[in-house]
Design a protein around this ligand. Structure first.
Ligand SMILES: CC(C)(COP(=O)(O)OP(=O)(O)OC[C@H]1O[C@@H](n2cnc3c(N)ncnc32)[C@H](O)[C@@H]1OP(=O)(O)O)[C@@H](O)C(=O)NCCC(=O)NCCS
Length: 248
């Protein structure tokens, strides 16, 4: 069993009423929200005092970082999954050279070009014990090569996966799949989360292929959802339930 599976397994089993004796369950217990809570409480080694940066810096110290690194290594060379932090913003700003590319990443409502202020607005949602959002980064040989955000509805146990992107120079190598697989496992490691969902524009074939390979099920099409210049874009709506997810 991989390290990540060991780390997630106890919480899942307990959440489903597992009756195995306690000593058969590995000791390590970890969930996204508890790690985030501990990170938020831990304060910051990062100068400047921007709270989400503190979140990221503290998370980097957290032992789960090693767990993530080892697990993703197995799936895709040296790719590591870690929290996105303020230091990643400058690189991200160069990933969307046209309004259409920026709109495809999230929503055409984003103001082109992407700027620090817009990313900081997302980062500001990552604070607190049960944050409104968790921003993730994929790191390869010291460079941030992928990002995604899970917008959390803790009350309903629903995580909306969005803002998924691989850096332009790293696209076409299948990086999104192992990166998102890890995020799915970490998100479901909090037993309150029962459903992940996402929207993807219907022309975005590589993204659709990635999501479907990961097990997301199409629920329908949100027709004419977004305006991009003179065009209107349809978006497929997909979901993945805890019971359907491959968490190993
Ligand atoms: C979408 C994105 C994250 C995918 O990243 P990636 O890992 O580099 O994806 P790849 O190009 O390796 O393709 C992934 C899969 O799609 C398939 N694919 C690629 N282009 C395709 C096409 N035109 N039609 C069908 N399948 C396609 C690949 O063959 C691969 O499938 P496989 O693993 O079964 O071979 C990346 O292209 C990106 O960042 N795009 C810009 C931002 C964006 O659109 N984000 C998604 C928002 S919902």
């Amino acid at each position: 069993m991989s390290d990540i599976k060991r780390s997630i397994w106890p919480a899942q089993r307990q959440g489903r009423g597992d009756s195995r004796p306690a000593d058969s369950v590995p000791e390590r217990r970890w969930s996204a929200s508890s790690a985030i809570r501990r990170a938020s409480e831990a304060g910051s080694a990062r100068a400047g005092g921007f709270l989400p940066g503190r979140f990221g810096a503290a998370m980097l110290k957290y032992q789960s970082r090693q767990i993530w690194s080892r697990t993703v290594n197995e799936a895709h060379r040296g790719l590591k999954v870690r929290p996105f932090h303020a230091d990643d913003i400058p690189a991200l700003l160069h990933w969307f050279p046209r309004p259409e590319a920026l709109g495809q990443w999230g929503s055409p409502e984003r103001s082109f070009p992407l700027d620090t202020k817009q990313v900081e607005a997302f980062l500001s949602q990552t604070v607190g014990g049960d944050p409104k959002a968790v921003m993730w980064a994929g790191e390869d040989q010291g460079a941030m090569v992928a990002t995604a955000t899970t917008f959390m509805n803790w009350h309903q146990g629903v995580a909306l996966l969005g803002l998924v992107a691989v850096s332009p120079t790293m696209r076409g190598r299948g990086i999104a799949k192992p990166f998102l697989k890890e995020i799915i496992a970490l998100t479901f490691s909090d037993t309150r989360v029962e459903r992940m969902e996402l929207n993807v524009y219907t022309f975005n074939h590589s993204a659709i292929r990635t999501y479907e390979t990961l097990g997301f099920v199409k629920e329908g099409v949100r027709r004419s959802l977004a305006r991009m210049g003179a065009d209107r874009w349809d978006a497929g709506h997909y979901s993945l339930l805890r019971s359907e997810a491959t968490l190993g």
